[in-house]
Design a protein around this ligand. Sequence first.
Ligand code: UT7
Length: 322
Amino acid sequence: MRRYSKVIGTGAYLPEEIRTNDHISQTVDTSDSWIFERTGIKSRRIAGPDESAASMAEIAARQALAAAECDPNTIDLIIVATGTPDRVYPSTGCLLQQRLGIKNTVAFDVQAACSGSIFALSIADQYIQSGAAKTVLIVGSELCSRIVDWTDRATCILFGDGAGAVLLSASDEAGILSTHICSDGEYEDLLYCPNPQAATEPNKDETGFIRMRGNEVFKIAVNTLGQIVDETLAANNMDKSEIDWLVPHQANIRIIAATAKKLRMSMDQVVVTLENQGNTSSASVLIAFNEAVRDGRIQRGQVVLLEAFGAGFTWGSALIKY
Ligand code: UT7
C-alpha cells in the first residue's frame, strides 16, 4: 500500500504594519493605479524591527501544530524555505527547532527563492513515502522588505513579509498525489539578490537588494507554469476539470490569471491573497493555502494544485488531495 503525506494542519503569520501603494508612491515615481493594474497588489505587510524569519516561522508553525493537535515532539523533520534567513548559519530550521523546544529531529533550510515551499513539500514527501519520516513541519518565512531596494520602483512595489506553515503526517489515505520540481540556473541575471559579504570581483560593490528584469521574468513564468501544470496533470492521468482549487505563488495577478485560464478554471477557484500581501516569496503559497483551508473554501477530499516560480529559475507544483 502506498504511504501518503497527508496535510494535518496549516498556519500563517502576517506582520502588523500595512504598507499601501499610496505610501510607496510618496517615495518613488509610481501610483496606486499603475501598481494595481499591472500586479493586482494594493498593499503589503512589513515586519517590525524585532521580527525575523525564525520568529514569524514560529508563529505560523505553532498555528499548524495547534490545528493538528500535534505534540511538537513527534516532528521528525523540519524544513524551512527562506531567502532571508536570520543567520547564514545555523539554519532557520534549527532556530525554529530551538524555538519549538524540540530535540532529536532533523532541521534544515531550503533555498529555492519563491519556489522554496514547493521544493520543501517535495523533499518532505520523499521522506514520508520512503518511511524515513512520519511527521514533517514545513514553513516558508520571508522578510522581503529587508532585501528590497525601496528606491527601485521596479521591485519595491511587489514584495511583502510573512510566513506560512503546513504539517504533514504519514497516512494510508490519499494526501500529496505528486510533486514536480525543476531548476534552470541559466537565468541568474534576470532575478537575483547579491550576498555582498561573499561577493567576488566584479560584483564586490553590489548591495544586497533584489534585482529583477520583471518583464522577461514574467514571460518565462507564464510559459513555465503552463508546462508544469500539464506535466502534473499527465503524471496523475487527470483532467483539468478534476482540480478543485488552484493555489498559486502570489507574484502577479496576470501570471495567476494566465495559469487559471490554461486550466480553464474560473478565478473563483483560485486562491488569491496578493492584493493585501504582495509577493511573500517562498511563504506565499502556504499562506494562501492556509487562508483557504481556514475560511472553509478548501474542503477535505478536494484536489488542490499548488504551484510556484522563482529565481534560479526554479519552479514546481504539488498536487494534493486535501
Ligand atoms: O516571484 C518571483 C517571480 N517574479 C515575478 O514573477 C515578477 C514578474 N514580473 C512582473 O510582475 C511584471 O513584469 C512587473 C509588475 C514587475 C512589471 O510589469 P510590466 O507590465 O512587465 O512592466 P514593464 O517592466 O514592461 O514596464 C513598463 C513601463 C516601463 O516604462 P516605459 O519603458 O514603457 O516608459 C517602466 O519603466 O512601466 C514602467 N514602470 C513603472 N511605472 C510606474 C516599471 N515599474 C513601474 C512602477 N510604476 N512601479
